[in-house]
Design a protein around this ligand. Sequence first.
Ligand SMILES: Cc1cc2nc3c(=O)[nH]c(=O)nc-3n(C[C@H](O)[C@H](O)[C@H](O)COP(=O)(O)OP(=O)(O)OC[C@H]3O[C@@H](n4cnc5c(N)ncnc54)[C@H](O)[C@@H]3O)c2cc1C
Length: 488
Amino acid sequence: MSKADVVVIGGGIVGAAVARELSRYQLDIVLLEAETDIAMGTSKANSAILHAGFDAKPTCWKARLNVLGNALYRQLQDELKLHIGWTGSLVVAKDPVDMAVLEELLVRGQQNGVNGLALLGRDEVLAREPNLASDITGALWAPTAGIICPFGATFAFAENAIRNGATLLRETPALDIVVENGRVAGVRTPQGVINTKFVVNAAGVRADDIARLAGDESFTIQARKGEYILFDRSVRNLVNSVIFPAPSKISKGILIAPTVHGNLFIGPDAQNIDDKTDIAATGNGMDRVITGARRLVPNLPLQAAITQFSGLRATAEDGDFILRESEAARGLVHAAGIQSPGLTAAPAIAQVVSALLKEAGLKLSEKRDFNPANPLKPAFQELSWEQRSSLIASNPLYGRVICRCETVTEAEIVAAIHSPCGARTVDGVKRRVRAGSGRCQGGFCGPRVTAILARELNIPMTEVRKDSIDSRLFFDKLPGNCEVPAHE
Ligand SMILES: Cc1cc2nc3c(=O)[nH]c(=O)nc-3n(C[C@H](O)[C@H](O)[C@H](O)COP(=O)(O)OP(=O)(O)OC[C@H]3O[C@@H](n4cnc5c(N)ncnc54)[C@H](O)[C@@H]3O)c2cc1C
């Protein structure tokens, strides 16, 4: 790839949504991702909530784009086949100070244009959520909040962009931005320079480093880590909606929420960190998360915890999104400082970025054959016995269950590998079809998924990676041509 109309740097939810938005037009679009896969930065580890939009002050990007993004997801849900549950959310109060915060949030939400907000009394809250702490005094109910699969959404945006002609280059970091006479002229990658006049900076916590490559020192990004604990499906019914405490100045607080896949999680805490690669789960983080969540639900079923994870918020100095053309390098548009509610706002951010590119001189001519829809991919686990039998009759690989915890078949894994922006790593398979997401966390299916990847990608097992570039699973003494081990 030696030239493009637009290069989008960063394959998180924002870069993928931008690529998809731009794929409506007659443009050569390249989406660059440094890692082995897209959705490996903040977009893989967050609270997965489609926020209603009452948190941010009305004058900022966050407020406007949260409410618009939430509305856009309602339309995109069918088009892109997104996994969304419109559960609503409750911000609960425990004392008069918290109640005053809820009243402020109610007014702010109404100013932001959030529909259906209501203050509920204690009895009404406990009728909806019987497992909440008995000392709560009331809550702010937001019916438009929802839950989503964040990596599924990132894959869906990217897949649709690719179906509409965009090119995804993985393991291809932007090493430099070529600037000539104050204008962007190209992006240097390990494979050479991609000549382009327009670049979108959607590099998450690295967005300030990307800006610096173009000589733009106008902002810095502070990484703020948040840790989580994920619970087994067996305790999914502990809460029915997303439950927040009254928020603090720096975070929405430690919450408890169901996931679209039927699990439950608690978190995140909020710790500023210097190392932008540090996503380790820590003992102290776990303690903070458990203490915070117990204030909401005292009887936490800790025995049902199956894993921990953490994500990094990309925090800008003034706390708002940075959406503008760079003054140092014309044609470079920043989508930076995209902390929460960036997942919710992503489709709206994509529209703003597209408008900024147009203002910067990019010609946007609509494509007549733009197809906004992705095809439906059946999840074997969710089908009736009749539907399963008919799939097995059409393709016997549906009859081989590789992940026992989540009932994921070999046919689904093979399809995930060969789809546009297909899986190349064991965790890439996990994030697309959930093999390895269950109670055993890949203890059983991990080697089988590895062997299927080796076979389908035609590489030796020793070349298969768990997730990141340096995460090979096997070394030496393995046959080059591995087959999936037969079932016992
Ligand atoms: C703890 C936590 C909880 C959150 N909860 C919510 C929530 O419930 N709801 C919500 O709406 N939002 C939430 N957010 C925010 C949301 O997750 C982010 O706003 C969103 O994921 C940011 O997406 P992004 O595409 O900007 O960044 P990322 O997903 O980080 O993507 C950036 C990508 O750029 C790539 N990259 C970096 N450098 C280069 C380079 N040189 N070349 C090529 N590629 C590069 C990275 O590898 C990465 O894949 C939360 C965030 C955190 C951390």
